[in-house]
Design a protein around this ligand. Structure first.
Ligand SMILES: C[S@@+](CC[C@H](N)C(=O)[O-])C[C@H]1O[C@@H](n2cnc3c(N)ncnc32)[C@H](O)[C@@H]1O
Length: 510
């Protein structure tokens, strides 16, 4: 063997060592080169050696992990996974997880009148909300609240059951949709007439495309003109429920008219058949569905509850009457989950709900923290004593910090702060809901966990802990479904349904 090819075991172990420290999430080539400070060629050589010895495996998105981590097995000493948290949670609160598989996601709403008016990937299945409402005796005279109402599945379902539905969502497109989906005092004939006017509107086009720089990449030029014509027609209608339904129909065709798909994040795709007619055809088809559903709804008018009450503001500060709500059902943004503003920026911009990139940034900064918030916001944030003093939050934050440091580079160096801020943002909402609920009422929360920089974050159970700090008791903890981590495909995450109860102050019957 030539002397120049002799390998120093210390450098080889450096690569293995750094991969090992990256734990469950693995590490990318770039991160590896930066952490080891070795030239790219040397990293490649050492990776090849380790792979040949089956010491490492390659998995999704070009990540490397030690073989022992592949498949989510043996995550290494000091790792706290779901089992550890579930056990501790049971010890502390006397509630263990129960498998209760059910459809909680939006998917089946495509076939449900009203709920199908605006597909919201992050939304609830109407069936789940209906079951939950029935379980807790919701009916005429009841009030149901969703503090993160999204497309309004909860308030809409409440109204269908004869109850009063209240919802809040800070993202204006969600508030617009939720409001429009809950207003059925519109005759199908009036809606049809308005739709026809929009489809036939002529005259000089006075509107220009939204401020988004990528518009010409996202939409073909003839499609942009057709969309603007439709928008102009919708704007010409008098303000009110009919116009809101037209806006909803318009919002609902934007992605289908573009070169984009939502799966669930926005991404480019190929759609060969887009023409100037596409927006008109899509709009007409969507309006026809709304009209058919209005006809159906009208037959059950006698059983409707009062019109839904939707607030386009933060549920942290939403003024709610104390002890006025009989049931709260919600699904908050998940920890390290979606950047809603990024994913709905097209709808927001085309409907003039935001008018600049600065507006988008402001909106993102006001939402429950996701991993796209500006650095300054995470850095300047000082969590309140409840979150700063919660041993689970502090452990998780310290573990993320350690792992990010060990990796050398990570998506965000301040990830631990983002996660801490996320929990701190949830706390005022939990407090607000607690105050609004009548004693004995339930707060049913669908939530998920996450794997962040090799640290398991039990978002569902930490939410419940904050609930207990606020005055709730934990009644039930059900696992509705399992899903795979985006960071490590072999690691199983979950979505759970946690039921919190506001105590009555009286001893509970056994
Ligand atoms: C998982 S989605 C809820 C979906 C909803 N359950 C449905 O059926 O459509 C979470 C929602 O929380 C909203 N959100 C985030 N931060 C908020 C805040 N501070 N106040 C109110 N809503 C917020 C997001 O805009 C998003 O629509």
């Amino acid at each position: 063997m030539a002397a120049g090819r002799a390998r120093a075991p210390t450098t080889t172990s450096r690569v293995a060592d750094v991969i090992g420290r990256s734990g469950l999430t693995g590490i990318t080539f770039k991160q590896l080169a930066s952490s080891t400070r070795l030239p790219a060629g040397e990293v490649t050589r050492q990776l090849a050696d380790l792979a040949a010895a089956h010491a490492i495996t390659r998995h999704g998105r070009g990540l490397w992990a030690l073989s022992e981590y592949a498949g989510g097995r043996s995550p290494g000493p000091g790792f706290r996974g779901p089992d550890w948290y579930d056990l501790e949670f049971a010890r502390e609160f006397g509630v263990s997880p129960v498998g209760a598989p059910r459809e909680i996601q939006f998917g089946p709403n495509d076939r449900r009148p009203v709920h199908r008016w605006w597909p919201y990937v992050q939304g609830f299945s109407a069936e789940f909300v209906e079951e939950t409402c029935r379980q807790y005796g919701v009916g005429r005279g009841s009030t149901v609240l969703d503090p993160f109402c999204g497309s309004g599945t909860v308030p809409t379902t409440a109204r269908l059951l004869g109850a009063r539905g209240i919802g809040a969502d800070l993202m204006p497109i969600a508030a617009l949709v939720a409001r429009a989906k809950g207003e059925w005092d519109v005759t199908p004939a009036a809606f049809r007439a308005a739709t026809r006017r929009v489809l036939r509107s002529t005259g000089r086009l006075r509107l220009s495309p939204p401020f988004l720089r990528e518009t010409s990449r996202q939409f073909a030029a003839p499609v942009v003109r057709s969309l603007l014509r439709l928008k102009q027609g919708v704007r010409a209608e008098p303000e009110g429920p009919v116009q809101r339904l037209l806006e909803l129909a318009f919002a609902g065709i934007l992605i289908d008219s573009s070169h984009l798909k939502r799966a669930p994040c926005l991404g480019y795709t190929t759609k060969p058949n887009l023409t100037a007619d596409t927006p008109f055809q899509l709009f007409e088809a969507r309006a026809a569905i709304i009209e058919a559903d209005l006809l159906l709804l009208g037959k059950h008018r006698a059983s409707w509850g009062p019109p839904v009450e939707i607030h386009g503001e933060s549920s942290a500060t939403l003024p709610l009457r104390a002890r006025s709500v009989d049931l709260a059902v919600t699904s908050p943004p998940y920890v390290n989950g979606m950047d809603y503003v990024m994913n709905y920026k097209i709808d927001l911009a085309w409907l003039d709900l935001v008018r600049s990139y600065a507006d988008l940034a402001r909106l993102r900064g006001a939402m429950v923290a996701c991993d796209n918030i500006p650095r300054g916001l995470a850095e300047g944030h000082r969590p309140g004593p409840e979150v700063a003093g919660d041993p689970w939050v502090t452990w998780v934050a310290a573990s993320i910090e350690r792992n990010v440091h060990a990796k050398g580079t990570y998506r965000r160096a301040d990830m631990a702060r983002v996660v801490t801020k996320y929990f701190d943002d949830l706390l005022p909402v939990i407090r607000n809901v607690h105050r609004a609920l009548r004693p004995g009422a339930r707060f049913v929360v669908v939530n998920g966990d996450s794997l962040i920089a090799g640290t398991y974050v039990p978002g569902d159970l930490i939410f419940a802990r904050l609930g207990v700090q606020t005055g709730f008791e934990v009644e039930r903890f059900e696992i509705a479904r399992h899903r795979r981590s985006g960071q490590h495909r072999g690691f199983q995450l979950r979505e759970s349904v946690l039921t919190l109860r506001k105590p009555t102050g009286r001893p509970r019957p056994r």
